[in-house]
Design a protein around this ligand. Structure first.
Ligand code: HEM
Length: 460
């Protein structure tokens, strides 16, 4: 057994390596990994965290040692906001998580369910296209339109109706996402946890949790009182509970927690992907042209693109893969934690060790992607069998292994049909300076720092 001597940058007392993380930890960690290797140890305050920054390291953690690293670290924020971590995304590895995942995979996010929401996608997409047409040639905030679209689709699919801009629900979702991305002193330096309390964080989290619970309780109650024939997520979960068809009991808190998962996991991630795709296509007009040609060829003589047309669009899929490679919406994934002592690459890893996979670094590995790894080039995927479904570790924007994203099919089908229709319906322009790099936001989901403003003219 070797001692725990992972390559590791020198650290300061109390704060560890936090001062080296800066505003964009995925970028700072990428630079540190160039010096300390693809599996290095950092200290966030007093908490040791392994950082995996290559396809090999990701495979070691998510495949070879998947079972041991399949848990999630305890987080006070997640615990308070997400029903004591009864949601799937932050539940510790174990029987409860297994049950929630199987309900989600089999009853909510199966291919059959994803297909059943085709009309919802189509209707919301038509509304989006209408809004874009209405804006005429004046610049519009495309980021906001994307965010509204994904929020509306998930609201309808999960709750059966929309809770759009100006409603309490939308304000609460925005607040929830902000708070989930908050950095708390207490998580990394437990002896200073009182600072969070003094700053009022605990009270703010309690308020958000209560607001959500009141609203979700009412929504679930309305579903119970209704005829239940709409088959949105709330209907399905109540039916599974009533009929005991999952083979285990699902209580009210679990139902509300799983409903929240769809919003936390699915809204910002999906709109962010669309935002980066359009950003890269506007910065690379030759690729936008090639994509438009493909879409127009496949859909010749038609007024819009249907989901059936997508299978013939290999360039569209290449653009999506390339965007996910360079701009994984959740660049540091969701942290994993080991449940037992383990030996990884010859080093002893004690139970309870956290691991982060830096997808942003994995997507920029020169050994895999070549010397032009930093360039946006969809062509690189045309002859490559690598896909993002969790088998090819050089491209894992949805994770891999047991904790892999269960919403992948849901997300991909929406993304493909929206992007294809944007290309089919309009010619796009922007006044952005394409020479400078686009600034990134902070938080767990990395979108553009400033919204994407564009002009659109209908294609003839
Ligand atoms: C472009 C869109 C999306 C991206 C890039 C994405 C990415 C991810 C990633 C990286 C993880 C962590 C995987 C891991 O820890 O190993 C994850 C987990 C998860 N995602 Fe997604 N996701 C997307 C859309 C969705 C959608 C639409 C839903 C649901 C409607 C969803 C629900 C979840 C849930 C519940 C988890 C937690 C799974 C678990 O802990 O077992 N995601 N996602």
């Amino acid at each position: 057994k070797k001692s725990n001597k992972w390559p590791s940058p020198p650290r300061l007392p109390l704060i560890g390596n936090l001062h080296q993380l800066g505003k964009h930890p995925h970028r700072s960690m990428y630079h540190l990994s160039q010096r300390y290797g693809d599996l290095m140890l950092l200290h966030f305050g007093t908490v040791p965290i392994l950082i995996a920054s290559s396809a090999d390291a990701a495979r070691d953690v998510l495949k070879t040692h998947d079972r041991v690293f399949a848990s999630r670290p305890h987080s006070k924020i997640y615990h308070k906001l997400l029903y004591g971590s009864r949601n799937m995304a932050s539940a510790p590895y174990g029987e409860y998580w297994r049950q929630m995942k199987s309900v989600s995979v089999l009853h909510l996010l199966s291919n059959k369910m994803v297909r059943s929401f085709r009309d919802v996608r189509q209707e919301e997409l038509s509304l989006l296209m209408e809004k874009i047409r209405e804006s005429g040639s004046s610049p519009m905030n495309l980021s906001k339109l994307m965010s509204t679209l994904t929020n509306d689709v998930i609201c309808r699919v999960a709750l059966g109706r929309k809770y759009g801009a100006g409603t309490d629900f939308k304000e609460m979702i925005d607040r929830l996402m902000r708070q989930l991305g908050t950095f708390t002193v207490g998580s990394f330096v437990p002896s200073l946890a009182w600072i969070d309390w003094i700053c009022g964080l605990d009270a703010q989290l309690d308020k958000t949790a209560n607001d959500f619970d009141e609203l979700l309780e009412k929504i679930v109650q309305d579903h119970e009182d209704g005829d239940g024939d709409k088959a949105d997520f709330a209907d399905v979960l109540l039916a599974v509970q009533r009929e005991n068809s999952a083979g285990f009991e699902i209580n009210r808190l679990s139902i509300k927690a799983i409903l929240l998962d769809a919003f936390v996991g699915g809204t910002d991630t999906s709109s962010t992907l669309l935002e980066w795709e359009m950003t890269e296509l506007l910065r690379n007009p030759e690729y936008m042209k090639r994509l438009q040609e493909e879409v127009h060829t496949v859909c010749k003589g038609r007024t819009s693109v249907s989901e059936d047309d997508i299978q013939d669009m290999s360039y569209l899929r290449a653009v999506i893969k390339e965007t996910l490679r360079l701009h994984p919406p959740v660049p540091l994934m969701v942290p994993h934690e080991s449940t037992e002592d383990d030996i990884l690459r010859g080093h002893h890893v004690p139970a309870g060790t956290q691991v982060m996979i830096n997808l942003w670094a994995v997507g920029r590995e020169v050994a895999t992607w070549g010397p032009d790894a930093n360039e946006f080039k969809p062509e690189r995927h045309l002859d490559s069998p690598a896909d993002f479904r969790g088998q090819d570790f050089e491209l894992i924007p949805f994770g891999a292994g047991r904790r892999m994203c269960p919403g992948i099919s849901f997300a991909v089908v929406l993304n493909e049909v929206v992007l294809a229709n944007l290309m089919h319906g309009f010619d796009w322009g922007s006044t952005e300076d394409h020479e400078t790099e686009v600034a990134e936001s902070i938080g767990a989901v990395i979108r553009r720092m400033s919204p994407l403003y564009v002009t659109a003219s209908p294609t003839t």
